[in-house]
Design a protein around this ligand. Structure first.
Ligand code: NAD
Length: 270
C-alpha cells in the first residue's frame, strides 16, 4: 500500500467532509478526475488501479493540492485483490462511506455476435461486470460497518441504447452493471446504502479515443450527440460527486445519464 506521507490538516470545508471514498480505475480518466475532485471536496480517497505508476502520480497530485489519499494497486477482476484493497482502505481511514466501482475496459477486438472472440468476451466481463460485483461484494459490508453509504457503479449509455458500432461484450457487461445496480439498490435501501449507476456518454478519455482512432470514427459517434461534442471526464466526476454526497440522500437505483443528450435523441441537429 502506498500512503501519502505529508498528511495535511483535516479539511473542514467541502461537500464530502468526513467521508472516505474508494475509487477504482483512479489512475486515469473518470476515476482520476473523481479522485482529485473528491479530495478537493474534503474526502479521504483510496486511489485504486492496476496501474501502480498512475496511482503514485494521482496520490502525489492530491497531496500537492492539500488533499488526503492512499494509493492501492489492485486488479478489480481478482477477488482477493479487491478484498485486500477494501480492507486496506478501511484500515487506513477507519471507515468507508463511498465505493465508486469505475474501472473498465473496451477492447478493440470487441465486435458483433460472430466476430467477438470468447477470450475478448471473458476478459471484458471479468473486469467490467465481475469487477463491479467484487467491489459491491466487499464494499457493501464496509459501508454497512460505517452505518450506510453510497455505491456508484460506472455503466454506460450503451446499457440504455444499442450502439451501431458493435462492441457486444462491452455493451452486455454494462447492461449487467445496470441490472445489478438496480437490484442491489432495492436489497440495501433499508440499510442506508444507496446504489446508483452512472451512464456516461462518449467521453474524450483514453478508453474511447484509442477506440475511435480516426476523425471519421469520431464523427460517426458525434452524429448521435445533440451537444455535438465528446464529454470530459471532469463532467462525469461532478455527477459522481452528487451521488457520493448527502445531497443525493433520496436517490437510489438510478441510471444517471450524463451524455450530452444522446439517449434523449431520435434525430440530432446538424
Ligand atoms: P480510462 O481508460 O481513461 O481509465 C480506466 C482506468 O481503469 C485506467 O486507469 C486503467 O488502468 C483502470 N483499469 C482497467 N482495468 C483495470 C483492472 N482490471 N483493475 C484495476 N484498474 C483497471 O477509462 P475511462 O474513460 O475513464 O472509463 C472509466 C469507466 O467509464 C469505465 O468503466 C468505462 O467503461 C466507463 N465509460 C467510459 C466512457 C467513455 O467514453 N470514455 C463512456 C461510458 C462509460
Amino acid at each position: 500500500m502506498q500512503v501519502c506521507d505529508a498528511q495535511p490538516m483535516e479539511t473542514t470545508t467541502g461537500r464530502l467532509v468526513g467521508k472516505a471514498a474508494f475509487i477504482t480505475g483512479a489512475a486515469a480518466g473518470i476515476g482520476r478526475e473523481t479522485a482529485l475532485l473528491f479530495a478537493e471536496q474534503g474526502a479521504k480517497v483510496a486511489v485504486v488501479d492496476r496501474d501502480g505508476d498512475g496511482v503514485t502520480d494521482v496520490v502525489a497530485e492530491i497531496a500537492a493540492a492539500g488533499g488526503h489519499s492512499v494509493g492501492l494497486t489492485a486488479d478489480v477482476a481478482v477477488e482477493a485483490s479487491v478484498a485486500a484493497a477494501i480492507s486496506d482502505a478501511e484500515e487506513a481511514f477507519g471507515h468507508l462511506n463511498v465505493v465508486f466501482n469505475n474501472a473498465g475496459i473496451m477492447l478493440a477486438e470487441d465486435g458483433d455476435a460472430q466476430s467477438t472472440e470468447e477470450a475478448v468476451w471473458d476478459l471484458t466481463m471479468d473486469i467490467n461486470l465481475k469487477g463491479v460485483w467484487f467491489g459491491c461484494r466487499h464494499g457493501i459490508p464496509a459501508l454497512r460497518r460505517a452505518g450506510g453509504g453510497s455505491v456508484i457503479n460506472t455503466a454506460s449509455f450503451v446499457a440504455l441504447v444499442g450502439s451501431a458500432t458493435p462492441q457486444l461484450a462491452y455493451t452486455a457487461s454494462k447492461g449487467g452493471v445496470l441490472a445489478m445496480t438496480r437490484e442491489l439498490a432495492v436489497l440495501h435501501a433499508r440499510e442506508h446504502i444507496r446504489v446508483n449507476a452512472l451512464c456516461p456518454g462518449p467521453l474524450r478519455t483514453e478508453l474511447l479515443m484509442s477506440y475511435l482512432d480516426t476523425e471519421a470514427k469520431q464523427h460517426r459517434r458525434l452524429v448521435h450527440v445533440p451537444m455535438g461534442r465528446f464529454g470530459e471526464a471532469a463532467e462525469i466526476a461532478s455527477a459522481a460527486l452528487f451521488l457520493a454526497s448527502d445531497e443525493s440522500s433520496y436517490v437510489t437505483g438510478t441510471d444517471f445519464a450524463v451524455d450530452g443528450g444522446l439517449t434523449a435523441a431520435y434525430v440530432t441537429p446538424e
